[in-house]
Design a protein around this ligand. Structure first.
Ligand SMILES: *Cc1c(COP(=O)(O)O)cnc(C)c1O
Length: 407
């Protein structure tokens, strides 16, 4: 039996009620309606402070908007971090709308269209080049605009993440320019109307093993400083990626930030010695927002089928695909899950929690230990602040989208 659980050190409980941003989740759900995402601004700010305290001084912290593009969340983070990383013109618009200086916005991602490149060049944000073809198209656009677009070269490293996590570098990839092809690309770049700033290297995502993460950051710093020898101008910007993971499932533990920060100190010193003009950055998505978010749905029906209890809610995979196990997982596992108004009650039954879609894939929790529940109770899923609403097939089956509130 998998236990209902709440991750340690996050949301508070008052008189058996789960709280977010100083208010009860029950009250927030009554106000906004269900299904509902709640993001706690205090927890996001605390996470940023915790990172700042643990990382070496002067390391820039960027937010990768794709983890949670809600304008209120992007606006909050724009005031807390040193840069915003976008991956589409839509995200670029949201980043620009925060008023953060354009020099602090970078635009990565394969398949940028001419219209997107023109928008980036006009705005003056940094374009992380994903290929030689993209570089040439941007150069032509820069020429036509009479400007020199700011660029960094995204590198697809030869090394791969040793284990765990979602790999986005190493081997043949649609991301970045192969490490071995970078010197020739830089030689060509030198003759184009582009302003070269530096490198962007992102090896992968959701890394929970500190040793793997440190190893990856070390290889990344060394690769960037090696490539700097072929740069057409002094390197001013090195984005080391990130990939800091968060624990979603039973048995997973949080990263030891102190250890990672401790290892990064000497690495950064090495990087700065080789590239004294460079600002070094890490770009994080889920690590900043994932643990600060709840997904709340209401129990609409309780039924027993051949001895198994089902709690049927008004939510589902159309709002939270990852929770259902269909966003990259191989074996479905339960996110931590609880009942908002019954936090102090012991678990007395085991139930399957499902959504309202007509597909057996629509599962919120399998064999979850829960207190006695009734129709109308609120099921809360933790670790839901990243890759939720915006990473789910909201149009599937024509239900209403989930509400989203930053509190
Ligand atoms: C998705 C992505 C991120 C954010 O990944 P997280 O796992 O949410 O931290 C950062 N950088 C790039 C280039 C990405 O594609």
């Amino acid at each position: 039996m998998s236990r209902a659980a709440m991750p340690p050190g996050s949301f508070q409980v008052r008189d058996g009620e789960l709280m977010a941003g100083g208010r009860s989740v029950t009250e927030l759900a009554a106000e906004a309606g269900t299904p509902l995402y709640i993001y706690d601004s205090g927890l996001i700010a605390a996470r940023v402070s915790e990172l700042r305290a643990a990382m070496p001084a002067g390391l820039d912290l960027h937010y990768a908007i794709k983890a949670n593009p809600l304008p209120a969340v992007v606006g909050l983070l724009a005031g807390l971090v040193d840069g915003l990383d976008v991956a589409s013109s839509g995200e670029l618009e949201r980043a620009l709308a925060t008023g953060i200086p354009v020099s602090r916005i970078s635009f990565a991602g394969p398949g940028k269209t001419d219209a997107e490149l023109r928008m980036a060049a006009t705005a003056g944000v940094t374009v992380n080049l994903e290929s030689a073809g993209e570089m040439r198209r941007l150069a032509a656009i820069s020429s036509a605009l009479g400007t020199r677009a700011r660029v960094a070269v995204r590198v697809n490293p030869l090394f791969e993440l040793r284990q765990s996590g979602m790999r986005m570098g190493g081997g043949p990839k649609q991301f970045g320019v192969d490490e071995e092809a970078v010197p020739a690309l830089l030689a060509e770049l030198a003759g184009l109307p582009l302003e070269f700033l530096g490198f962007h290297i992102f090896a992968g995502s959701q890394i929970l093993n500190g040793e793997v993460l440190i190893d990856c950051l070390e290889k990344t710093v060394d690769l960037a400083t090696r490539l700097a020898a072929d740069a057409p101008a002094p390197v001013r910007y090195i984005n080391l990626g990130g990939g800091f993971g968060i624990p979603y499932f039973p048995g997973e533990a949080a990263l030891d930030l102190g250890r990672i920060g401790g290892a990064l100190g000497p690495l950064l010193a090495r990087g700065r010695a080789a590239c004294p003009d460079a600002a070094f950055a890490i770009e994080l998505g889920r690590y900043l927002v994932g643990e600060a978010g709840l997904y709340v749905s209401r129990i609409v029906d309780r039924k027993v089928s051949r001895g198994k209890t089902f709690l049927v809610t008004d939510g589902g995979l159309h709002h939270h695909l990852a929770l259902s196990g269909n966003f990259g997982q191989v074996i479905r596992k339960n996110y931590p899950l609880a009942i908002a108004g019954r936090m102090n009650m012991p678990a007395t039954e085991t139930a399957d929690v499902v959504g309202c879609l007509c597909t057996p894939l629509d599962r919120l929790g399998d064999n979850v230990a829960l207190p006695e529940t009734a129709v109308g109770d609120l099921v809360v899923v933790f670790q839901s602040g990243a890759y939720g609403a915006s990473a789910s097939p909201a149009g599937f089956l024509g239900h209403q989208p989930a509400a989203e509130r930053l509190v």
